[in-house]
Design a protein around this ligand. Structure first.
Ligand code: DAH
Length: 358
C-alpha cells in the first residue's frame, strides 16, 4: 500500500491550493468518490491479513477524516470570499439622485385626492372607505331614494346578476353609500371624507363609466348651514390656491339632503381659455346640503337630537379645472406622454404648509 502520510499531505495541499468551489469538488471526487484514491484503498483492505487490515483501516479512516475536514474548511473560506466579492460588486449607492428619464409620475387623480385629503385633514376630517360593490339599501334606499324614485333612472346603474334571493348587487353610483355605512357603524359626532370610485353606464367627453368622487359628512348636535358654507368656501380657496375665488350657493335638490345646494365658483371663459377666480361666469363644482332627517333615522341616528351636512364632488372635474385638461377620457387612456405632461413628482407630498402643488 502506498505511504498514507504522503497521500494525506498531497491531498491536503491540493485542497488548500484549490481556487474555486468547482476545483474543490473535483478533488473530493478524485479522493473520496466511488472510484477515488482513498475509497479504492479501503476496498483493497479485504485482501490483507486480519491484523494488518485493522491497522491499515484505522490509518485510512484518519486520512479520510483529515481530508474531509480540509475540504470543508476550504469550501467555507471560498464561499465567504465569493459572497464578499458579490457584495462588493453589487454595491448600490443609495445616495445617487434618481435618473430623471426613469422617474415615474403621480397620476393627476392621485395628486388631486392627496390635495383634498390635505385640506380636509387640516379641518379635522377623518378618511373613510366603503366597497365598490354595493347593495340597493346603501346606494339608494337609505339615502331616501326608494325603489320607484326617478333618481334611480338618472343614475344609469350597473347591476350584477340576480342572486338566489332575487336581489341584485350593483356598482355604487356615488360615494354617498359610505355616508350610510359610516353612520350605521360609528357613533356621532362624525366628520369624514370619502375619496373613491363611482360607476355609471355613461361615456362621452365629460363622462366615463368609472370616475372618482369625494364625499364629505359631518354629524353633530348643532351643525348648521353656516358651517357647511364656511367649510366649502374654505375648501375652494385652498384647493384652487386663489384666496378670493368667488363661491356661490345655488338652491338645488337631492333626495338625501334638505335643504340642498349646488356650489359654483367664479371664472372667465374669454378668448376660449378658462380662468378660475376672475370674470363673471360660473362653474358648478359640487352638490351639498343638510342631511335629510330620514337618512339619519335610516341609519339609527336620532334625527331629533342630531343633524349634519354632506357634500359630494367629482374629482376628475375639479382636477380638469385646476390643471386645464380638456377631455375627461384622457385620464384613463394610460398614455405615457400624457402622464409625463400632466403627472406630478411622486415624492413631493401635498401639504397646506408647504403648498399643495409642487
Ligand atoms: N351623490 C351626489 C351625486 O353623485 C353628489 C352629492 C350631492 C353628494 C349632495 C352629497 C350631497 O353628499 O349632499 O351626484
Amino acid at each position: 500500500m502506498e505511504n498514507l502520510d504522503d497521500l494525506q499531505n498531497e491531498l491536503v495541499a491540493a485542497v488548500n491550493a484549490a481556487a474555486t468551489l468547482g476545483a474543490i469538488e473535483e478533488i473530493r471526487i478524485s479522493a473520496l468518490g466511488r472510484k477515488g484514491r482513498v475509497t479504492s484503498l479501503m476496498k483493497g483492505l479485504g485482501a490483507l491479513a486480519p491484523d494488518e487490515r485493522r491497522a491499515a483501516g484505522q490509518s485510512l479512516n484518519v486520512v479520510k477524516s483529515v481530508v474531509t475536514d480540509a475540504l470543508e474548511s476550504r469550501r467555507d473560506a471560498l464561499s465567504e470570499a465569493e459572497l464578499d466579492a458579490a457584495l462588493a460588486r453589487d454595491r448600490v449607492d443609495i445616495t445617487l439622485t434618481a435618473r430623471p428619464e426613469n422617474e415615474g409620475r403621480l397620476h393627476p387623480i392621485s395628486q388631486t385626492i392627496d390635495e383634498i385629503i390635505a385640506i380636509f385633514g387640516e379641518m379635522g376630517f377623518a378618511l373613510a372607505e366603503g366597497p365598490d360593490i354595493e347593495d340597493d339599501f346603501h346606494n339608494f334606499t337609505a339615502l331616501n331614494i326608494p325603489p320607484e324614485h326617478p333618481a334611480r333612472q338618472m343614475h344609469d346603474t350597473f347591476y350584477l346578476p340576480e342572486q338566489p334571493d332575487g336581489t341584485r348587487k350593483l356598482l355604487r353610483t356615488h360615494t354617498s353609500s359610505v355616508q350610510i355605512r359610516t353612520m350605521q357603524n360609528c357613533e356621532p359626532p362624525l366628520r369624514i371624507i370619502v375619496p373613491g370610485r363611482a360607476f355609471r353606464c355613461d361615456s362621452d367627453m365629460t363622462h366615463t363609466p368609472m370616475f372618482h368622487q369625494v364625499e364629505g359628512l359631518i354629524v353633530d348636535k348643532t351643525v348648521h348651514m353656516g358651517h357647511l358654507k364656511g367649510c366649502l368656501i374654505e375648501f375652494c380657496r385652498a384647493y384652487f390656491e386663489t384666496p378670493n375665488v368667488p363661491v356661490r350657493f345655488r338652491p338645488s335638490f337631492f333626495p338625501f339632503t334638505e335643504p340642498s345646494a349646488e356650489v359654483d365658483i367664479g371664472c372667465s371663459r374669454s378668448g376660449g381659455t378658462l380662468k378660475i377666480g376672475e370674470g363673471d361666469d360660473w362653474l358648478e363644482i359640487l352638490g351639498c346640503g343638510m342631511v335629510h332627517p330620514k337618512v339619519l333615522d335610516a341609519c339609527g341616528i336620532d334625527s331629533t337630537e342630531y343633524q349634519g351636512f354632506a357634500f359630494g364632488m367629482g374629482i376628475e372635474r375639479i382636477a380638469m379645472l385646476k390643471y386645464g385638461m380638456p377631455d375627461l377620457r384622457t385620464f384613463f387612456d394610460a398614455d405615457m406622454p400624457w402622464l409625463r405632461h400632466y403627472g406630478f413628482a411622486p415624492l413631493e407630498v401635498a401639504t397646506l404648509l408647504r403648498g399643495l402643488t409642487p
